[in-house]
Design a protein around this ligand. Structure first.
Ligand code: PBG
Ligand code: ZN
Length: 330
């Protein structure tokens, strides 16, 4: 009788022994954090004379070009070599004046050359009077043809100025194809496009809109950013970017779309990254300011999740703090 019972007891799986010691945990870790896997967003602003910190985003600031160069220098000393540039020129009635962005790109690349990779966010929202990412027709329908031709012209100007990569964030259909075509026609075939391929309409972009001065003056962005309830569209939008020729996909907000990240990695095997957006980052800072978490450790944990889900890299406001905290992760 007792022998009969024993054969029914399953052996207990001993997973605890694999976690008991730090060196065992390190040995078995499947995610390796590194500042080389991060992209730092930076904000160049034409209207200000000195740096102006962005509320709730830590060391993030809107900066005039000269101070931005100093910031980049400091970031590079901390091991960051990848940057995503947002330009905020003075609002002009002449919509497509890209001279400020070109000047910024030239100065950054002139100073740092190949020591850094400069991605340039390509969108219309910091240029349009109404802060929308597209142009509208009289009947308030999106003017897709004009929007795409404008975006691709901007991309070309950025490439000419020395951008290492173009990063369209507007969410218009066909913009990757339009940009690729324009770049190719002018001999910039070698410039990669990192497309914000899945970008959901989110309440977590608030601090960024202060930084880039790009909040829309009327309405919202739901007519072009993806409804987070629509998983089909979240996936299809990235697949479509691949078809249009995107070299790298960017999914944002990263943590909020973590299921999309893992699914896209599984079904596409395409290179992809996560954007830890401003609201996601600010919420970590806010928690830690209340004494409810240790900022750096919480931040690393979010990066681990994104890497584990399949992100090759992460765009994050915390890139410049990575080295300091990765060293402390036990
Ligand atoms: C604008 C743009 C946004 C972000 C990147 N590019 C804001 C928006 O779409 O409203 C968000 C980044 C962040 O919140 O950190 N095209
Ligand atoms: Zn935009």
């Amino acid at each position: 009788m007792s022998a009969h019972i024993e054969t029914k007891i399953l052996p207990i799986e001993r997973r605890l022994r694999l976690r008991a010691h730090p060196s065992m945990r390190d040995l078995l870790a499947q995610v390796q954090l590194s500042e080389k896997k991060l992209i730092q967003p930076i904000f160049a602003n034409e209207s200000i004379q000195t740096s102006s910190p962005v509320p709730f985003l830590g060391e993030t600031a809107k900066q005039p070009i000269e101070e931005l160069l100093v910031q980049i220098d400091k970031d590079m000393e901390r091991g960051v070599h990848q940057f995503l540039l947002f330009n905020t020129p003075k609002k002009s009635t002449q919509l497509f004046d890209s001279s400020f962005a070109q000047k910024t790109i030239q100065k950054i690349k002139g100073r740092f050359g190949r020591d850094l990779t400069l991605w340039v966010d390509t969108c219309l929202c910091s240029l349009t009077q109404d802060g929308h990412c597209c142009l509208y027709q009289q009947d308030s329908q999106i003017d897709l043809t004009l929007t795409l031709s404008t975006l691709s012209l901007l991309a070309l100007e950025y490439a000419k100025a020395g951008a290492d990569g173009i990063s369209p964030s507007d969410m218009m259909d066909g913009r990757v194809a339009a940009i690729r075509k324009k770049l190719s026609e002018h001999g910039y075939d070698h410039i990669p496009v990192m497309s914000y391929s899945t970008k959901s309409a989110s309440s977590f972009y608030g601090p960024f809109r202060v930084a880039a001065e790009s909040a829309p003056t009327h309405g919202d962005r739901k007519a072009y950013q993806i409804d987070p309830r629509n998983k089909t569209d979240l996936i299809a939008s990235s697949l479509r970017c691949i078809q249009e020729g995107a070299d790298i996909l960017l999914i944002k907000p990263g943590l909020l779309n973590i299921d999309i990240v893992s699914e896209l990695k599984r079904i596409t095997q395409h290179h992809l990254g996560c954007y830890q957006v401003s609201g996601e980052y600010a919420s970590l800072l806010a928690l830690s300011e209340q004494g409810l978490t240790e900022f750096g450790k919480a931040m690393l944990e979010t990066w681990i999740s994104m890497h584990r889900s399949g992100a090759d890299f992460i765009v994050t406001y915390g890139a410049r703090h990575a080295r300091e905290w990765i060293g402390k992760y036990e």
